[in-house]
Ligand binder design. Structure first.
Ligand code: UDX
Length: 462
């Protein structure tokens, strides 16, 4: 009897949630993982999306998808790869999506039934315009912040940093610590904010103010990882905060990958000795110039270590793929390494052969590395990557930052420090401790598990 009731309840579900991801890989992955998590808790899911970077609908037969026919900014793909243009693109998405998104939500509300009521909207923090739509249709909005608590605190601190004059400081002061946002240095603040100019300040100000208007925030992080900043976040955003991450431990990122993952990465790793390989990837947006690419190649070749290198098409500015590589150097590199266009990253990091991750420090990559206990070499280029990298080095002490850009001698030295020296062994030990904390926070009674239960109860109050 009880079973029948349970079945009936499951069939009816707990109501429907509307989820709207920002259409970039690093944001689509956590939103779709969150969708799966909430679906497993009994909610029905509708994903609202743009045609630009549309998610893999066939991987999610259990969800409903709504494509809002935005006036897709043609050629916006050409804008990727440059921090200023990413900012303009996010701004553009916030402008052009308003009408079609509002119409879509209105239609979904009017078509909804008492058996499957729409409980709330969950949208990416960067989609700030969605708060006005939620207010208009009187639907509660919960924000998903796909990056760390600390990075959002730094974004929140921008007016103070501007007022203190940090953004007009000279490069000669770049190593000076910024006391207002430890452990950042002036150069981190400059790289995070300076190139974005006024457009970035305006955008961040809207992201922060519209998040404060929301009913709550879901974080892809966990309490034990960012314990010290949690009280500050609760003060800055005095709404319910749910730290339920890391999401990819519930559901992997592979299903939402926009590019095909080259499985030869895993078969190549299978042939390597345990803890012998450096994995190199700069995520889905960051780009480098040709000189940096050569320095990377020489640094890797000179390190004499084995490496798996993701060279994403377009990662080298002005090139399709590997054309800038001189044949001789490609041969030298191929002896020790394997190059792919896109890898099954989570599986690569979990592979016994993987010893170290040289990363741009996107938040998903950082979390995925922590969860597999893999120490990091950090080459952040923009946005939250600077704050993530500084935490890796100075707070968790599980990696190091290439302080002077991408230079072959520094690369080789850093690889030695992390993969061979005693210092690297200590980083690995600290990473293993974090990995254990992750496993604990997800078990029954662990911090993320409890926070997820609170989130479910919170949504049911709507
Ligand atoms: C962007 C921003 O750059 C980042 O700073 C922000 O935190 C999130 O949005 P991105 O640069 O793509 O993200 O980096 P990241 O957050 O690391 O996300 C990349 C995702 O792609 C990860 O889930 C990773 O597993 C996946 N990936 C990466 C692959 O599946 N294969 C690859 O070869 C590389």
């Amino acid at each position: 009897m009880e079973k029948q009731e349970e079945l009936q309840q499951r069939k009816l579900g707990k109501g429907r949630l509307l989820l709207f991801p920002l259409p970039f890989q690093g944001h689509i992955n956590p939103m779709l993982q969150l969708a799966n998590i909430l679906h497993s808790k009994g909610f029905n899911i509708t994903i609202i999306h743009t045609s630009f970077n549309s998610p893999n609908i066939s991987s999610y037969p259990h969800f409903t998808f709504e494509n809002i026919s935005e006036d897709s900014p043609t050629g916006c793909t050409d804008l990727l790869g440059n921090v200023n243009n990413i900012i303009l693109l996010v701004k553009l998405i916030n402008e052009v999506c308003f009408d079609p998104f509002r119409d879509c939500v209105k239609k979904l509300i009017s078509n909804s039934s008492a058996e499957d009521p729409i409980r709330c909207l969950i949208s990416d923090a960067l989609l700030y315009f969605t708060q006005a739509v939620a207010d208009l249709v009187k639907l509660p909005r919960i924000v998903l912040r796909t990056s760390s608590l600390f990075s959002f605190h730094v974004f929140h601190s921008l007016p103070l940093l501007l007022q203190k004059g940090y953004l007009s400081m000279e490069d000669s002061e770049s190593e000076t610590p910024v006391l207002e946002v430890p452990p950042l240095k002036i150069k981190d603040v400059l790289l995070t904010f300076k190139n974005g100019g006024e457009a970035q300040s305006e955008m961040l100000s809207k992201i922060i103010s519209e998040t404060k208007e929301a009913s709550g925030i879901i974080w892809n992080s966990f309490q034990e990882l960012e314990q010290s900043i949690l009280p500050t976040i609760q003060q800055e955003f005095p709404i319910p905060n749910f730290t339920i991450g890391p999401f990819h431990k519930y559901f992997t990122a592979s299903a939402s990958s926009l590019l095909a993952q080259d499985q030869t990465a895993l078969s190549w790793l299978d042939m390597q000795a345990p803890l012998s390989v450096l994995y190199v990837s700069f995520g889905s947006i960051a780009a480098i110039d040709k000189t940096e690419f050569f320095e990377m190649a020489w640094g890797l070749a000179n390190s004499k270590q084995k490496f798996l290198w993701v060279v994403r098409p377009g990662v080298i500015r002005g090139s399709e793929w590997l054309e800038p590589f001189p044949a001789g150097l490609l041969d030298a590199v191929s002896e020790r390494g394997h190059i792919v266009k896109w890898a099954p990253q989570q599986e690569v990091l979990a592979h016994p052969a993987t010893a170290c991750f040289w990363s741009h420090c996107g938040w998903n990559s950082t979390l995925e590395s922590i969860c597999e206990g893999v120490p990091m070499i950090c080459s952040p280029s923009f946005g939250d990557q600077l704050t993530n990298a500084r935490y890796v080095e100075a707070v968790w002490k599980v990696g190091l930052v290439l302080e002077n850009g991408i230079k072959r001698e520094e690369i080789t030295k850093a690889i030695r420090r992390v993969m061979i020296d005693q210092e690297g062994k200590e980083m690995k030990m600290r990473m293993s401790c974090l990995k254990e904390k992750v496993n604990f926070c997800l078990t029954k009674g662990g911090s993320s598990n409890k926070s997820l239960d609170s989130l479910v109860s919170f949504i049911l109050t709507f």
